[in-house]
Design a protein around this ligand. Sequence first.
Ligand code: ZN
Length: 294
Amino acid sequence: MRSLLASLLFLLSSTHAYAAPLKVVASFSILGDMVKQVGGDNVEVGVLVGPNADTHTFQPSPDDAKMLGKADLIVVNGLGFEGWLGKLVVAAGYTGQIVRATENINTLALDTTRNQDPHAWQDLANGKIYVANIRDALIKADADNESTYRLNAEKYMNLIDQTDAWGRAEISRVPVPKRRVISSHNAFAYFSKAYGVAFIAAQGNTEESSPSAASLAALIDQIKARSVHVVFMENITDPRLIMQLEKDAGAYIGGTLFSDALSVSGGPADSYLAMYRNNITTLVAGMLHNPPAP
Ligand code: ZN
């Protein structure tokens, strides 16, 4: 009996070991995975825009506001990706810290507009900056576990480096003139710059339901003129436009790329690095179908 009492007293006094996890809400699935990797068991991660869902066109529900209202920390991409966030924060009554994972990233302009391109995670070097920002935010919110967050982030960054080196080696198997593809929306500018693959976005923004007849005709001409043969669907976009390019321009469908969201758990892209590996493998196999030179 005495030992049971002693155990109970020990449990009550060692609050540190039994501290409730830090409640972190990430705006979309890719960020949610990064927070889990760095936070480990010390964090409980909620995700607003889930697997295969489009953050650009997301419409928050009352349940999302409820989850946000209970959060200790919010991690967002920023760069205009979460246009709905401001209203949601007000609706949730959230007054805590909002961390922008793209802080300190060299941003690219979005197409011909003066807006910044939000899809910075598609370059793994930027992914490491995301991880550093998440690590620093977790340390600020939960200093007791600083050493764990530092160790987790370091291990994760090493894995990112290894995956980046693997990806570059894979792409190097594709002759340079064949490294050009068509995707659904404009999510791959950072990827293109980092890994030397030319992307044409058939649709532009996902907010646009479909291109005009004139821009579709121009795209088909472009496919023919530049001999871009391979087109890719995306997990967050309607596949019909890409299928039309196959039908009308004789393009080859190379499969599905994961652009702005992970797959469901157990799917081919259920973590940030699995997504990257899956995209590289899909792209390389597809690009090898391109004709040798335009
Ligand atoms: Zn996007």
